[in-house]
Design a protein around this ligand. Structure first.
Ligand SMILES: O=P(O)(O)OC[C@H]1O[C@H](O[C@H]2O[C@H](CO)[C@@H](O)[C@H](O)[C@H]2O)[C@H](O)[C@@H](O)[C@@H]1O
Length: 521
């Protein structure tokens, strides 16, 4: 019997896609150090703050150095450039001096050397923390034979790697001292990344770069690398994207990326649909209507109804909701659409399309029992709302006082314990008790693609949704379609794209319709 294969950590989707695309051959993986591999960003910040706060207070009586200053003026730059850039931003100009200046010297280099003493002291005192997820990823890439490089503007990079025991993981290491010795321009110039790719023996287009600083992202972009990945450790996803990151992730362990804005300008849409027809799947609450205080208040606007109707005349459109099918059908009020209610347990559409999951009925008694128990158990908790549905029960706590939400959840947990046929899931201020059975919006969408003969290369499935249950659909379509999450802030999701508001969804539907109308003449 052969040995079981060791558990290989999964690759973040963007990296898996990049490595999977294009011809086989040597690929390169280039990592920045501080903030990507090691948690030294905060050690650096502390050292900079100690330096600048003392300097500014002594001589200039200026406001202290902040995290924002760090990210804006210092992070990712070679040390002396960091000193100069920050001081210039405060209107302070010092002579450059030379790297051999003593730490007391009032020169750019003197201050930089003083910061380095603070940094080394902290390193010795506190040691180095690593980002386990990054190290696991590099270990896997290294073991799989990818060329791995570490690129850092810091002259301390080797000391940091040694302290963390990571030197062995990199085929190439290029740090601030190498850059100075070889006359390479500092980030945002691409020089140091290009030098690393050359040493790995790979074309920049066949290598990916992981960076957490905007200057580093800009450098990799300028170098023409095949994939530039920003790691957002400091709430600066937008800035990283603007600097040129193809994708921004919260962490390299994340199996989900931060979706990028949906490219809804006409040219982008034309390109997206150049050789394909869309099949559009739309969630209801939070996607077609804004989230409101109670489910009965979530009424579809006339504009949105018109947009859905127009699109449905041009391509297949399905509404996929957690609500009962009859409920969502009544709310949307349009013929000619496909309606999938109860998270896909109950589907109906034109031309006699019909599936009520055969396992669903077996759970109706359990759902009824749970609804009764919940209604009784929650009667005394102000604002709690039980919404019984055919294949699930929703317990809304949007109007429950913060202090009572735990009580609501306890009642839900007790009911789940008493009715084990059901499982608890979570949505926007709602607990749902759903059949303990492996069926969800993702499986329903795949079923629909098959049933409608849409599982074909010339069809582009587009799914738009906002909530936890929509993530199943995003995941189901990862390889063959476009997931679009509706969220007003950056958040990890299995969707590839993000739209900020329900209004944007309406614009998207109109833009899709317009593109199809123009194309089809
Ligand atoms: O899949 P969906 O169509 O998005 O349905 C998900 C749940 O939506 C509804 O609840 C949510 O919307 C309400 C109205 O805006 C809001 O008050 C509530 O807090 C949200 O959770 C619906 O009532 C549920 O049955 C659906 O499962």
């Amino acid at each position: 019997m052969s040995e079981p294969a060791p558990n290989r950590p999964e690759l973040p989707p963007a990296i898996a896609r990049f490595l999977g695309d294009g011809p086989a051959g040597r690929r390169g993986a280039i990592f920045d150090l501080d903030g990507v591999v090691t948690r030294t960003a905060r050690v650096h910040f502390a050292a900079w703050k100690r330096l600048f706060d003392a300097f500014l207070a002594e001589r200039w009586d200026a406001a202290p150095f902040t995290k924002e200053d760090y990210h804006r003026y210092v992070d990712g730059l070679p040390r002396y450039d960091g000193v100069a850039t920050f001081l210039r931003a405060r209107g302070i100009y010092l002579p450059r001096g030379t790297p051999s200046d003593p730490p007391e010297a009032e020169t750019i280099c003197g201050l930089g050397n003083r910061k380095n003493i603070h940094f080394r002291e902290a390193l010795q005192r506190d040691g180095v923390d690593v980002y386990r997820s990054t190290v696991t990823l590099i270990e896997r890439l290294h073991a799989d034979g990818f060329g791995t490089a570490l690129v850092s503007s810091s002259r301390n990079a080797r000391a940091v790697l040694e302290a963390a025991g990571l030197t062995r993981l990199f085929d190439v290491i290029l740090d601030g001292s190498d850059a100075a010795a070889e006359g390479l321009g500092g980030k945002p110039a691409p020089d140091i990344f290009l030098a690393a790719a050359a040493r790995l023996g790979v074309e920049p287009a066949r290598a990916f770069v992981v960076e957490d600083a905007t200057s580093g992202v800009a450098a990799a972009r300028a170098g023409g690398f095949g994939l530039v990945m920003g790691v957002d450790r400091a709430g600066q996803a937008r800035a990283l994207r603007e600097a040129g990151a193809d994708i921004v992730v919260p962490d390299l362990a994340a199996t989900e990326d931060m979706p990028r804005p949906f490219p809804s300008n006409p040219d982008d849409l034309r390109r997206l649909l150049a050789e394909r027809r869309p099949a559009v799947f739309l969630d209801y609450d939070g996607t077609l209507t804004p989230i409101v205080a109670r489910p009965d208040l979530a009424v579809l606007s006339d504009d949105m109804r018109r947009a859905v109707q127009r699109l449905a005349g041009l391509c297949p459109v399905a509404i996929v909701s957690g609500r009962d099918r009859a409920d969502v059908e009544r709310l949307v009020g349009l013929d000619g659409l496909i309606y999938a209610g109860s998270h896909g347990f109950d589907i109906a559409g034109p031309d006699g399309l019909r599936i009520e999951h055969d396992k669903g009925a077996a759970f109706s008694a359990a759902v009824g029992r749970a609804a009764e128990r919940l209604t009784a158990g929650l009667a005394d908790i102000g604002g709690a709302l039980v919404e019984p549905k055919r294949f699930a029960v929703a317990v809304h706590y949007r109007q429950v006082a913060e202090a009572d939400v735990r009580k609501v959840e306890r009642v839900v947990d007790d009911v789940i314990a008493a009715v084990p046929e059901l499982k608890k899931t979570h949505g926007k201020k709602v607990f749902e008790l759903r059949p303990r059975f492996d069926w969800d919006k993702g499986k329903a969408v795949l079923w629909l693609l098959d049933a409608l003969d849409l599982d074909r290369p010339e069809v582009l499935p587009i799914y738009v949704g906002d909530d936890e249950t929509d993530e199943d659909a995003f995941r189901a379509l990862t390889a063959r379609g476009s997931g679009i999450v509706v969220a007003d802030h950056d958040r990890p999701s299995a969707a590839r794209y993000r739209l900020e508001t329900v209004e944007d969804v309406g614009h998207l539907l109109d833009a899709l319709a317009e593109t199809l109308e123009l194309r089809d003449g």
